[in-house]
Design a protein around this ligand. Structure first.
Ligand SMILES: [Zn+2]
Length: 250
């Protein structure tokens, strides 16, 4: 069996045309509908699942899908604008965003055209950019967070690995909306850069959770006992983390 096959489709749910991605995944046993925080829908289905059946599943779950989409849109609309003065969370602190247009001279002075610069100055995160478009700003700020995540989260992995008696083969930083982290059968631990926007204790919980999957590739009682050994209040942290899902500014 090959890799995941994806195609785009549109289904009518009540009064709305809803686009979605249909993914057939090798070795998958059950069909699953995902709605991410951008309002994108994905149907992940077993290998032999047909497109007609995917539509059927969406129609059967139309009420849930539409309600979840509405919720995602509402939260999207509540995201703070990326302008000077907006506060961006960084673990247990926050940074004050400063957006400044980049002077023409600056552009000629060197750096790549169309790009900007992000630097932290104390408690300020200063973004200089020639383009003040929302998308560009978002991209620049995300890039900065990703770099911070690569350093901080790798250090947390280093901290917890010996305590848990595990060792990941690799740590990668990802940015999926729907998950905080994952662990592959090959021992790669993937962590979401958005963990830099939640309190450090909650980010630590995800690090420990994924590291424990190196030992137990499931959510069995033994898995949770291992998580609890390192983080006794993991239930509380998981609950707080779930409450933050989709409520981050980026
Ligand atoms: Zn898990």
């Amino acid at each position: 069996m090959g890799a995941t096959i994806e195609r785009r489709d549109v289904v009518r749910l009540g009064a709305v045309e809803v686009p979605y991605a249909f993914k057939r995944v090798p070795r998958r046993r059950h069909v699953h509908i995902l709605v991410n925080e951008e309002g994108a829908i994905e149907v992940r289905a077993p290998w032999r699942f047909s497109l007609a059946k995917a539509r059927e599943v969406l129609r059967e779950n139309a009420r849930w899908v539409v309600r979840t989409l509405d919720g995602a849109r509402e939260r999207l609309a509540q995201r703070p604008p990326l302008i000077t003065g907006t506060r961006l969370p960084l673990l247990d602190a926050s940074l004050r965003l400063e957006v400044r247009p980049r002077a023409q001279m600056d552009l000629f002075a060197g750096a790549r055209k169309g790009q900007g610069r992000v630097e932290r100055r104390g408690t300020a995160l200063r973004v200089s950019t020639a383009s003040l478009g929302e998308g560009e700003l978002r991209g620049l700020i995300e890039h900065w967070y990703r770099r911070e995540a690569a350093t901080h989260l790798a250090a947390r992995v280093e901290h917890y690995s010996p305590r848990l008696g595990v060792r990941p083969s690799r740590v990668t930083i990802r940015g999926q909306r729907s998950r905080w982290g994952s662990c592959s059968g090959k021992g790669t631990v993937s962590l979401n850069w958005r963990l830099m926007m939640v309190p450090g204790a909650l980010a630590d919980y995800v690090v420990v959770h994924e590291l424990c999957h190196l030992r137990h590739m499931n959510h069995s009682p033994r898995f949770w006992a291992m998580v609890g050994g390192a983080i006794p209040d993991y239930r509380d942290r998981r609950r707080r983390l779930n409450a933050l899902q989709g409520r981050l500014p980026l």
